[in-house]
Design a protein around this ligand. Sequence first.
Ligand SMILES: Cc1cc2nc3c(=O)[nH]c(=O)nc-3n(C[C@H](O)[C@H](O)[C@H](O)COP(=O)(O)O)c2cc1C
Length: 199
Amino acid sequence: MSAASTSDPRLLFFAGSARLNSFNKRLAKLGAVIADVNSIPSTFVDLADYPMPIYHGDLEEEEGPPDNARKLKNLMRAHTGIFIVSPEYNASFSPLLKNTIDWISHTRDDGEAPLEVFRTRVFALASASGGGLGGLRGLMQLRAVLELGTGALVLPEQFALPRMRDAFDDNGHLKNKDQTEQLKAVIQKLARAARVLHG
Ligand SMILES: Cc1cc2nc3c(=O)[nH]c(=O)nc-3n(C[C@H](O)[C@H](O)[C@H](O)COP(=O)(O)O)c2cc1C
């Protein structure tokens, strides 16, 4: 995580895939690189490093939320904008991401309002898929969960990367310059929105 004054936007990037060679992870990592190059302090985290059981009410009652949900929530709190990249599974977003959101939404520290970390951050969404729509359909559902379910502010701008298998060069950059500019524009908008919200 880069150093930042309290008024600087700080962006957290993660992907809804834990797969080692995940394209969505690649896109999230690239987003963090683009942010840093544009003087926006950023952090990439890999959900593979934050494993959690599938949400189960009995488990929650017996043990409370998993430590990794609290760790991720604290990471979100340490940033002012959250950039989520999700694969599309059967026209929705990934179960890993839903489970992560569900656990974090039920993780509350003393004095913390319900869903506080969602309601006080700005979100931006992206996706990568092998098809021509770039995972766009999954993002519509992810947007609904964040906005309606958690009360998050989600930017209308988003980025969907079609035909992901041919999209990256060997250095993890997008071959297509227009796509790179579109991704950069969403990241810059997220940083601006986070600055407005957090002063
Ligand atoms: C259960 C399942 C459903 C999928 N459904 C879709 C889909 O609706 N649209 C799509 O573009 N790709 C779909 N895919 C393909 C994923 O986009 C692909 O597995 C992708 O590589 C996953 O993202 P990742 O590379 O970041 O792990 C599906 C994959 C799985 C396993």
